[in-house]
Design a protein around this ligand. Structure first.
Ligand SMILES: [Zn+2]
Length: 280
């Protein structure tokens, strides 16, 4: 038996650094992000959610005809009498992007991978084309309850100076993170190892305060929806849509968002107040 090798025979095995957990938006509220990659660098994918293991994981298929090769998609056929498996077979569209959260002191300076709901695509892609970048401004992602369903809206801040180059070598490997998520669901030994690593990181994270360093944090997932499919659960409310609302519709949205209703019957004032409340 021999441990190690002579240095002359040493081979550098690439260390898979910058592996991050995929973060999401766990409860109703506003999340302010600065995206670190252009929309053309994002990964569009579908994901499943396992109730059994309380985790999301990527679907191996993009086109529906390839779903026959995805173990998640096959669950409904395999276990037609198990509602949780039938539910798990449904998939929802997501985008994966490196970003920093700027409204949370605990996240300050840390690059993480965020999964962005697929329903926000049009708005984000449009802004990317307009700005020629996704990093020129911060974006507020609002998660709210729309009649029992999770819904999202997005609002953009004014452009502000930002040194993207500070983060150039901090970007996490998206494929590696997706592979980790997939293996967590389907490979019991990887799951056990990941659970142990999570516990260790949890302990380390509680004493780790260094800035500008990847800090994977544990973020266990709750089901993203209760009713309807994931796609149905995600809705986009743009500034244009808010401006087009009647006073009655606006009033409903003020209540939903828990924003005090201004004492005015001017539709324009109401709409702008709601827009600015969403971007606060
Ligand atoms: Zn699938």
């Amino acid at each position: 038996m021999q441990f190690g090798v002579k240095t002359t025979e040493d081979v550098d095995v690439p260390v898979r650094s910058n592996v991050a957990y995929i973060r999401y938006f766990p409860k109703d509220g506003t999340y302010t992000l600065r995206f670190l990659e252009g929309y053309d660098q994002w990964i569009a994918y579908y994901e499943h959610y396992s109730e059994e293991f309380r985790c999301s994981y990527p679907c191996t298929a993009v086109a529906p005809e390839d779903c026959k090769d995805c173990p998640g998609c096959q669950l409904a056929d395999k276990y037609p009498n198990e509602p949780s498996k039938v539910k798990e077979a449904r998939r929802g569209k997501k985008f994966l992007v490196n970003a920093i959260r700027t409204d949370d002191p605990d996240s300050e300076g840390y690059v993480n991978l965020y999964k962005i709901p697929g329903g926000l695509k049009e708005s984000l892609e449009l802004n990317w084309h307009r700005d020629g970048s996704m990093s020129k401004r911060e974006y507020n992602i609002l998660r709210y309850d729309n009649g029992g369903r999770v819904a999202y809206a997005i609002d953009k801040e004014d452009p502000s100076s930002f040194d993207l180059s500070l983060y150039a070598d901090k970007l996490a490997d998206k494929q590696a993170a997706l592979m980790d998520a997939y293996e967590y669901r389907w490979n019991p030994s990887k799951r056990a190892a990941a659970q142990e690593a999570r516990e260790n990181r949890k302990a380390a994270a509680s004493v780790e305060t260094k800035k500008f360093e990847m800090k994977p944090k544990v973020q266990e997932e709750d089901p993203p929806f209760d009713k309807g499919s994931v796609d149905e659960a995600e809705q986009l409310l743009s500034q244009e849509e808010i401006r087009a609302m009647t006073i009655d519709q606006l009033t409903v949205w003020f209540r939903r968002a828990g924003v005090p209703i201004p004492d005015t019957s001017d539709q324009k004032v109401l709409a702008e107040t709601l827009i600015s409340a969403f971007s606060d």
